[in-house]
Design a protein around this ligand. Structure first.
Ligand code: COA
Ligand code: AMP
Length: 631
């Protein structure tokens, strides 16, 4: 069937479409229907079906005779190690871990935070929670203790599962002290912590609170899968909003299993037995969906890669992994390809490897610039497929569905809406704009299975953040346009979220840290264009009157504070002291205009600007710093 037919099938009969997709996964009790719209505009999918996500990811493949197939390949150029785990081994490891968690009181509905690097045990921890119906919340290892504490207080976990350390090139990330600091800072205290000791660093355990991963499993009865309803939360994943308080995106079990299973075959063209690799991190949504769950739902082999695109040891790492493990579809962020290209512009290292297994490269996480797409297409000789989605949706809103039809690729566009998504581009009054016209991108409700039904303990925030601006629609926070052929172009965010190396970050959160400096009167953080990372944060500080200290020192202080409080992943390296910030008459800081000045883009100051001269002052300061950058 062609894409158009599939999309029309969904438009004509969404119930039938999703019930057919639901029949492809295992249920203890199949759902009586797909959509539950009684509480519209809040929707649920497959709410009365009963299933278990871990069963669908692991046990069912062992039952189907795939026990000896590799489920996980751990490839770690950082530790120079390689390990394969079969589905049968995974089943026994996950059942053992789940049994030990249950023995310590973890039950269906309890929250468990997971703070781990790219080791298979991170996936095992996620799956063990899913096995018990416990709700996991994975926190990315590049976040600092404070961010972890904020998440502990929001989702109030009964337990935390952490590793002793993570490994960044040339640096050991000491997870355990970060964990201890976070628990000290948080108001809520977990009952216990499970520590996975890595050989690179053995952490000190706190007696009475911490247990060791291996010893706490010793002699414990393995746990079977606990059936849960389709609308039982499987996980919470925090993502950046406009403030320092992250949003806890909830994922319900039924829709998650059905939609991700559908996506593997239809978008990524992956069947049971194939090898799929998403080079991201379990701390991000890409890691949840496409390192852990979807490849396993599909009975494929997933690669857990602990390394970087460059420097571990060189820009040929990606190609080595693809060759050695016969990767069929590969997924990464454009920034990673830009990093590889910068080191190996002619793609010489690609020639050292046999990439015959590779059928396509998938890109997401940030805008894929046409130049990078063209380079990858030429050097790899396979289709390069940009696709667009968000933590909130959990799977692609727009893509070229490679498993359905090889649609023509238009560089710079993540192609066309996936079934389930009625994508609209609206003007400020909420009216659809003609093709080629920029507007706010929305999705007409209901969102499809697998997307967020709400935010953890924050119904009002959910409605305000996503459902209020355009009634009847989900507001994506992205702006862009559709062309005459229905291809979508994503151009910018409509809020203060920035995207640094494929990582979604809140400038509001950084501003909260900057304002905490005793010398700072007010501040603004913007994202400026960066050739490698897409965007980099830049902070502007107005110092308090009569401040006698060294402004240079204040800048150094705030850089350190962001690293300490948000984490190294914020990549906040530049702070500039200015006399005043440009504002509207009502006092709103003109961040978007400042970003345009820094990027050398045309801009029109809003008519509500208070003092236009401030923009010139900002332009002067930026110029003295080399912005806009040449080229
Ligand atoms: N744990 C602890 N620290 C981490 C971390 C983790 N899991 N991941 C990143 N960091 C740290 C890095 O060590 C770096 O620290 P530093 O300031 O001491 O150098 C900082 O966070 C910024 O990291 P990053 O933005 O990743 O930049 P980089 O310069 O280390 O590497 C790239 C640049 C392009 C190679 C890298 O960003 C990359 O691989 N990007 C791909 C992004 C991706 O997969 N995104 C997922 C969405 S699909
Ligand atoms: P995250 O929730 O971290 O996955 O970030 C989602 C945001 O990243 C989106 O709202 C977009 O702003 C951006 N994004 C993700 N994928 C793409 C893409 N293919 N093209 C353009 N922007 C993207």
């Amino acid at each position: 069937m062609a894409y158009k037919d599939t999309y029309e099938h969904w438009q004509r009969d969404p119930e039938g479409f999703w019930m057919e997709a639901a029949a492809q996964v295992d249920w203890v009790t199949p759902p009586s229907r797909a959509l539950f719209d009684e509480n519209a505009p809040l929707y649920e999918w497959f709410a009365d079906g009963v299933l278990n996500a871990c069963w669908n990811a692991v046990d069912r493949h062992v039952e189907a005779g795939r026990g000896d197939q590799l489920a996980i390949i751990h490839d770690s150029p950082i530790t120079h190690s390689y390990r394969g785990i079969t589905y049968r081994e995974l089943q026994s490891r996950v059942a053992g871990l789940a049994g030990a968690l249950r023995a310590k009181g973890i039950e269906k509905g309890d929250r468990v935070i997971i703070y781990m690097p790219m080791v298979p045990e991170a996936l095992e921890a996620m799956l063990a929670c899913a096995r018990l119906g416990a709700i996991h919340s994975v926190v990315f290892g590049g976040f600092a203790a404070h961010e972890l504490a904020v998440r502990i207080d929001d989702c109030t976990p009964k337990a935390i599962i952490a590793a002793s350390c993570g490994l960044e090139p040339g640096r050991v990330v000491h997870y355990k002290p970060l964990l201890d600091r976070a628990i000290d800072e948080a108001r809520h205290k977990p009952e216990f912590c499970v520590i996975f000791q890595r050989e690179q660093e053995v952490a000190q355990l706190i007696e009475g609170r911490d247990v060791a991963w291996h010893s706490f499993q010793f002699g414990v009865e393995p746990a079977d899968c606990v059936p849960v309803n389709g609308n039982h939360p499987q996980y919470i994943l925090y993502t950046s909003g406009t403030t320092g308080q992250p949003k806890g995106v909830v994922r319900h079990t039924g829709g998650h299993v059905v939609a991700l299973n559908w996506s593997m075959k239809n978008i990524y063209a992956i069947d049971a037995g194939d090898v799929f690799w998403a080079a991201s991190d379990v701390g991000w949504v890409v890691g949840h969906s496409y390192i852990c769950y979807a490849p396993l739902f599909a009975g494929a082999t997933t690669v857990v890669f602990e390394g970087k695109p460059v420097g571990t040891p060189d820009a040929g790492t990606f190609w080595r992994v693809i060759q050695n493990h016969k990767v069929k579809s590969f997924f990464t962020a454009p920034t990673a390809i830009r990093a590889v290209r910068r080191e190996d512009p002619e793609g010489e290292l690609i020639k050292d490897y046999n990439l015959r297994s590779l059928q396509a490269l998938f890109l997401a996480g940030e805008r894929a610039d046409p130049d990078t797409v063209a380079w990858a297409e030429e050097k790899l000789g396979v289709p390069v497929i940009d696709h667009w989605w968000q933590t909130e949706t959990g799977w692609a809103i727009a893509a070229s569905p490679f498993g359905i039809e090889k649609l023509p690729i238009k560089r710079g566009s993540p192609s066309v809406p996936m079934p389930g998504y009625d994508v609209q581009v609206l003007d400020e009054a909420g009216q659809p704009v003609p093709p080629g016209t920029l507007g706010a991108i929305t999705v007409r409700l209901p969102l499809p299975p697998g997307t967020l039904p709400g935010l953890w303990n924050a119904d009002d925030r959910f409605r305000k953040s996503y459902l209020t601006t355009y009634p009847g629609h989900y507001e994506t926070g992205d702006a862009g346009y559709l062309d005459e052929d229905g291809y979508l172009y994503i151009m910018a965010r409509t809020d203060d979220v920035i995207n640094v190396a494929g990582h979604r970050l809140s400038t509001g959160a950084m501003e909260e840290v900057l304002s905490g400096h005793p010398a700072v009167a007010e501040c603004a953080v913007i994202g400026v264009a960066d050739p490698l990372k897409g965007q980099m944060p830049m902070g502007f500080l107005c110092l308090k009157k009569g401040m006698t200290g060294d402004p240079g020192q204040v800048c150094k202080d705030v850089v350190r504070m962001v690293r300490d409080q948000i984490g190294p992943v914020a990549a906040f390296k530049t702070a500039i002291v200015v006399d005043r910030l440009p504002k509207t008459r009502s006092g709103k800081i003109l961040r978007a205009t400042m970003a345009k000045i820094a990027d050398g883009e045309d801009f029109k100051p809003p008519s509500t600007i208070d003092e236009p001269a401030v923009l010139d002052e900002i332009a002067q300061v930026l110029k003295s710093r080399g912005y806009p950058a040449a080229g």
